[in-house]
Design a protein around this ligand. Sequence first.
Ligand SMILES: [Zn+2]
Length: 410
Amino acid sequence: MNDNQLYFDLLGLTTPWIVKNVRWDMDEGHIDVFVGHSRGAKMSCPECGDFLSLHDHTKERSWRHLDTCQLQTIVHASIPRVNCATHGVLQVQVPWAEPHARFTILFERFAIDVLQRCNQTKAAEILGLSFDGAHHIMERAVTRGLLRRETNVAAHIGVDEKAYKKGHSYFTVVSDLDKGIVLDLQDDRKQSSLDAYFNSQTKEEKSSIEAVCMDMWEPFSLSVRSNLPDPESKIVLDRFHIAKHMVDSVNDVRKQEHRLLLGEGNRTLTGSKYLWLFNEENIPDDKKANFDLIRNLVNKTARAWMIKEMLRNLWTYKSKAWAKKYFERWYSWAIRSRLDPVKKVAKMIKNHLNGILNFFDHRLTSAGAEGINSRIQAIKVAARGFRTKEGFKIAIWFHLGGLELYPRTS
Ligand SMILES: [Zn+2]
């Protein structure tokens, strides 16, 4: 088999395409493959498929292909143009690459596989591309995937916020809690951010959303209230977020009590911060004895921690009515605790009780969304800080969008 025939097969060409020449450039370390077509070939109009004589050719273009014989391989061709009576003069669709691509389809497919398995810097190194070159492939894959996507609606959605830079420049992440994929990314964390997601949907699509799991963040609940029918039955306040507020209140009580004790020369709470963040069942074995000891020596922090632990029992109830009764008992205990940070969170929770008790109708938590959150964090760390928010969003879509990313193979 000669080189021309070998590369004809490697590129998956069919007639009337031919490989005209293969040039090995050992000094530069690459292989150039020149593709053309047989004389008098006819080709299809890319719009209507009509079989036409060739009009002319573009100037030569090149596409990076998969390495062959361990050398970078570049395909070169002048793209034929047809003159369609209906559609005018157009370039034909070449079988080895998508329109406007800088890479062959086989290279893009391989690059997508590599990019899915390691971070962008490492992938670029493996593929022999710049960071931006790798990003270009991700961007094209995401555009392709979003165009192919049939819906951005799910029965159970989660809404959360994510910071691009620490503490500012937020964006809103909407996810499908059943599939664990991202459905939408919108700038900011305002009511208008979530409105923009709902605005992309038909009335029927909006009605098919059964529950929206979220934190006690007013702009998001305002958006659900103004966009979805029967919103009061659909907003489910997420227990992980509520637990986080309770943990913060325990931490505040600890800081206050620690200051008081230090004033008396008592260092019982010194270095204990992380112990109080544990849930009871997660306290490491080697820390249990120490934690029990401290709990018996301090009054306020130990009570705050116990109140936080007791609230977690709420979600173990099977019936909404019993959960409500339990909450009332818990609330009267929390509110009489004389611990201001705990009382403050307890009041906030009581004000949102309807959304908390909706859990018992839908039984959903944002565990799926939490998974997405931690994966978004991992993407951010792996890219060591994206230069632009758009770049960060492309990576999120690429890894978590559940999209069909591959270019078609002919
Ligand atoms: Zn046509």
